[in-house]
Ligand binder design. Structure first.
Ligand code: CAA
Length: 389
């Protein structure tokens, strides 16, 4: 009932992928979503199952066992998954948008051959480790330090807010490769391919979160962790640029996730408003309720139109830094607004766990925070209004 097809006709392949996600979610995910949320439980068996369906290799070329799909088709699948379970949505988003894309875009042929096929098949889950306890929005001020030891690197530091860091088999982590007496800002950061078997790797504190509770978020401690030379991604000193370019794409994924959450909340509110009677009529007959639903439909359609248009621009090879930030900003604020107003339509029933809208509200909040807060998105958008000479 909050459709996009009138504006964006989908191909048969895109509809088939949406259907696959919907049926898989109905069979394997939604019967457990409320319980996993309550227990803060990550269903590790889902990783291989998603891999078997191709959902963890959507953007990886077929030569590396992926599906080699375009960005729009991937985002449609991610949006669909997020209408059913946003925690599973973020698993798909982080894996498909960040670590696999970074290896694909900046890795050597040997790195692609080694890491991409098992990641596409769901044998290795990917994660992304940029933030630290002292550096979040100001990402280039990170302090994890990598130093040479013969051909190896020794990395010491703590990464924080790492989505699925508990179960990741491959983590793309940023660390400084400049020296404390000659800091080079963003140019002094490199990206490394980290695996949990490296000596000195430890999973730290698991966060007890408001929402997305079925997606584990942890700190990772690198204690003089020895990293072989072939784990440096691309060129030394380019790691921050790689992270920023990858986040341009990652932000489209978070926008799709936010749209999925918004759509689920809007649909729940629409259905409830038709059933719930007060003052001798269904509450959908009150204009106060109709206006909320109309605003939900309008906001969702606008955010979706921007996202799909931006995805097509990306598929056409355009740089989407500014529009990617707009997509995330608009979709995440739409998710927060829609879930807030869905609770309002449900009244007291929206505030309790009997209905899904309170979970959707909790899940929506982080889409305004991770992969760059709404304030960071506005910085990115505003900067492009005054290009550097
Ligand atoms: N594409 C290409 N290059 C880029 C770029 C982009 N999108 N953004 C920046 N750069 C380049 C700049 O051109 C610059 O290069 P030059 O020096 O050659 O000009 C260099 O990178 C440094 O850029 P800035 O000067 O803009 O860097 P800054 O320190 O001012 O930071 C910022 C800018 C936009 C605020 C950035 O720090 C940022 O995006 N912060 C938010 C970080 C973030 O999103 N973190 C989320 C972590 S992941 C997560 O949430 C967890 C999860 O698992 C889901």
């Amino acid at each position: 009932m909050f459709p996009s097809e009138a504006l964006f006709p989908l191909t048969e392949e895109q509809r088939e992928i949406q259907r696959t996600v919907r049926e898989f979610a109905a069979a394997e995910i939604t019967p457990h979503t409320a319980q996993w949320d309550r227990d803060s439980y990550f269903e590790a068996a889902l990783v291989k199952k998603l891999g078997d369906l191709g959902l963890l290799g959507m953007l990886i070329p077929e030569q590396y066992d992926g599906l080699g799909l375009d960005a729009l088709t991937y985002l449609l699948a991610l949006e669909e998954m997020s209408t059913h379970d946003a925690s599973v949505g973020v698993m798909m988003s982080v894996h498909n948008s960040l670590p696999t894309q970074m290896i694909l875009n900046y890795g050597t042929d040997a790195q692609k051959e080694r890491w991409l096929p098992p990641m596409a098949r769901g044998e290795l889950l990917g994660a992304f480790a940029l933030s630290e306890p002292g550096s979040g929005s100001d990402a280039s001020s990170l302090s994890a330090q990598a130093v040479h030891d013969g051909d190896d690197w020794i990395i010491t530091g703590t990464k924080s807010w790492v989505t699925q860091g508990t179960h990741a088999g491959v983590i793309l982590a940023m660390a400084r490769t400049d020296t404390p007496d000659a800091r080079r800002g963003g140019k002094g950061i490199s990206t490394f391919i980290i695996t949990p078997d490296l000596p000195g790797f430890n999973v730290g504190k698991k966060e007890d979160k408001l929402g997305m509770r079925a997606s584990p978020t942890v700190a990772l401690n690198f204690d003089e962790m020895r990293v072989p030379a072939d784990r440096l991604l691309g060129t030394e000193g380019m790691g921050f640029i790689y992270a920023m370019q990858s986040l341009d794409h990652g932000r489209l994924g978070i926008a799709a996730q936010a749209l999925g959450i918004a759509t689920a909340a809007a649909e729940a509110a629409r259905a409830y408003a038709a059933e719930r009677r007060q003052f001798d009529q269904p509450i959908k007959d009150f204009q106060a309720v109709q206006f909320k639903l109309a605003d939900m439909a309008s906001r969702i359609a606008s955010a979706r139109a921007l996202l799909y248009t931006t995805a097509r621009a990306k598929d056409a090879g355009q740089t989407i830094t500014q529009f990617g930030a707009m997509c995330k900003l608009l979709a995440s604020e739409t998710a927060m607004w829609t879930t807030t107003n869905a609770i309002q339509i449900f009244g007291g029933y929206g505030y309790v766990t009997e209905y899904p809208v309170e979970r959707l509200f909790r899940d929506a909040k982080v889409t305004e925070i991770y992969e760059g807060t709404s304030e960071v998105q506005r910085i990115v958008i505003a900067r492009e209004l005054y290009p550097r000479s």
